[in-house]
Design a protein around this ligand. Structure first.
Ligand code: ATP
Length: 580
């Protein structure tokens, strides 16, 4: 009952499955204790009845009180224990599940994040886990414990009268068969509700992210109307879903309770025909009122069990996604980056086709080419941010697909177009480059990246909070923080993707000076549209449509009169830059 399939079905951790078993066990104990109370009530009633009918003496009051007190104490202890196991331990399970998800996400290749949108992932981490929490705490232990205790009670009752046992309990399996038979309908509705809810959160997130563009293009009304439509649709689908599950759940509850009617009818007939006495019917009536109670609670939440299946599937999808793993032992012979026949596609369309080149240690290798030719993709693949489809990428002779990305990235400093900053101070954002750097080292790197000038203007200097993703800073300031981070890290491989694109000429010149100090002796892969940025490159790889069109020194390429020389000439028309 509580095997691996059950664990996967409800996305439980190993500890979670143990807790669920405990919850079910304590539910069985609670239900049996309550049945014991009903048994005491029955015995007392039987004694009183025989006093009235045969005139025997009344039962001993002390014994009655003792039995009631024992029942109350047992009931209190078992309920408390059941509460602790089913509710208390579930919070630990929620924590473990979120940590396990976060750990998985940390190790997933970046390609995964391109395929699933962030609102969807946040939904899994927050709402899906919350929904599972409700099922773990309110349903699983109660439901499975009730199955077991009802089975035990049914066996005991057959010793009294098998006919009445069937008459009183037939409704339970029939109700559940009906409910699980209509499960696919409920699940379909749940899926539709979930999709509509995601559409709403996507719409809200999109509106918040693009608020500037929406205002700038006067699209507010249009956006709100579209969002309104999504919210209305969600409401409509939700009401339809609630009605459907309500119908099935209440139908099942009514069928279960029909057992009371059949027990009374059969019991009355058995009494009239002299086969049982009234007290036995009374016992059955007492018991069935209690047997239905835990099922009622589970039935009310059964819709959640159905919906939870979708949440569990979404959680399992993250658990089961192959992570980017590899050896912890990375001892390359130097840091040459070698691409050999590399093919890569983000989805189905090939972005890189048989790309081969070597970026040598101590040299600056520049990737140039038209927009969309695959330059940034090459830089990302060089750091194993994605895994390639075929070919090999080696660093210092070691295939990087065999190395744990976290270990590999220790040897990389990266400055990309899309700078990622955290809602923390300037100091801590730069320190991300090297966690154990002292304040003085951070400030030295910041000065080298020309951050000092704008940091001194901030209210709390280096201790100023810069907002979500550095929203309080300009594009150029954010880029300089990213460069300071790379300077601080001082890794043997440096990837620069449009690293100075957001800087004005004066700042660019200063930062280029700092960068040129950083780049000495390193393996540098640089991407820039502005030829000025790559004029000092030792080697140039020209990409066109995902293929290497030309490669060589700048002078060699200029003399070939190919794509590179055309690009340089085009830029010369708008500036006076000259090669050599
Ligand atoms: N995350 C992604 N998912 C799917 N396709 C992508 C992704 N990133 C880039 N692409 C596609 O891959 C191709 C190469 O993109 P890439 O960013 O490498 O080009 P690029 O040469 O760096 O362009 P640019 O000079 O404009 O920055 C483009 O067609 C782009 O649309």
């Amino acid at each position: 009952m509580f095997g691996k399939k059950f664990q996967r079905k409800y996305a439980l951790t190993d500890q979670g499955i143990i807790n669920t078993k405990r919850g079910a066990l304590w539910t069985v104990i609670v239900n049996l204790v309550v049945m014991g109370g009903i048994g005491i009530l029955y015995l007392l009633m039987a004694e009183f009845m025989s006093t009235f009918t045969s005139g025997s003496s009344l039962p001993n009051a002390v014994l009655i009180i003792a039995l009631v007190v024992i029942f109350l104490i047992l009931s209190y202890i078992t309920h408390l224990q059941q509460y602790k196991v089913t509710y208390g331990l579930v919070y630990g399970e929620v924590e473990q599940t979120r940590l396990r998800l976060a750990e998985r996400l940390r190790k997933l290749p970046l390609g995964y994040f391109g395929k699933r949108d962030l609102a969807d992932l946040t939904e899994t981490l927050m709402s899906d886990v919350n929904r599972m929490e409700h099922v773990w705490s309110h349903v699983l232990g109660y439901l499975y414990g009730s199955y077991i205790s009802t089975g035990i009670i049914a066996v005991c009752l057959t010793f009294y009268d098998w006919r009445l046992t069937i008459a009183s309990l037939w409704g339970v399996p029939v109700a559940f068969v009906l409910l699980f038979g209509t499960r696919s309908i409920a699940e379909r509705h749940s899926q539709a509700v979930k999709k509509a809810a995601l559409n709403v959160s996507d719409g809200i997130q999109e509106a918040l992210e693009n608020i500037r563009e929406i205002r700038a293009t006067n699209q507010e009304d249009l956006y709100l109307a579209a969002l309104d439509k999504k919210i209305d649709n969600h409401e409509k689908i939700q009401i339809r879903g609630e009605l459907t599950t309500g119908l099935f759940v209440n139908g099942a509850s009514v069928i279960m309770r029909l057992g009371v009617a059949t027990t009374i009818l059969l019991g009355a007939w058995l009494i009239v025909s002299g086969k049982i006495d009234f007290m036995l019917l009374f016992l059955f009536l007492l018991i069935i009122t209690r047997v239905y109670a835990p099922f009622d609670q589970s039935l009310a939440l059964i819709a959640e069990v159905f919906v939870s299946q979708i949440s569990a599937d979404r959680i399992n999808e993250i658990y089961e996604m192959p992570t980017a793993e590899g050896s912890q032992n990375f001892k390359p012979q130097g840091h040459d980056i070698e691409f050999k026949d590399v093919c890569f596609a983000y989805d189905t369309a090939d972005v890189l086709k048989d790309v081969s080149f070597t970026a040598k240690e101590g040299e600056v290798t520049a990737l140039v080419g038209p927009s969309g030719s695959g330059k940034s993709t090459c830089a990302r693949l060089a750091a194993r941010l994605w895994d390639i489809n075929s070919g090999t990428i080696k660093v210092g002779g070691i295939d990087i697909s065999t190395i744990d990305p976290e270990v590999l990235l220790r040897d990389y400093s990266m400055v990309f177009q899309d700078v990622v900053l955290f809602d923390d101070t300037v100091m801590e954002n730069i320190r991300l480059g090297r966690r154990n750097a002292t304040d003085d080292e951070v400030i030295a790197a910041a000065k080298a990246a020309n951050c000092d000038e704008f940091v001194n203007r901030l209210a709390q200097g280096y201790n100023t909070l810069i907002g979500e993703n550095g929203s309080k800073l300009s594009g150029g300031e954010r880029q300089r923080i990213s460069i300071a981070r790379a300077l601080l890290k001082d890794a043997p491989i440096v990837l620069l993707d449009e690293a100075t694109a957001s800087l004005d000429v004066e700042n660019e010149t200063k930062v280029q000076e700092a960068l040129s100090r950083l780049l000495v002796g390193k393996t540098v892969l640089v991407i820039a549209h502005r030829m000025r940025t790559i004029e000092a490159a030792d080697k140039i790889i020209v990409l066109a449509d995902g293929k290497v069109a030309e490669q060589g020194s700048p002078n060699e390429l200029m003399s070939q009169n190919g794509l590179f020389s055309r690009m340089v000439k085009l830029q010369q028309q708008s500036s006076n830059w000259k090669l050599n």
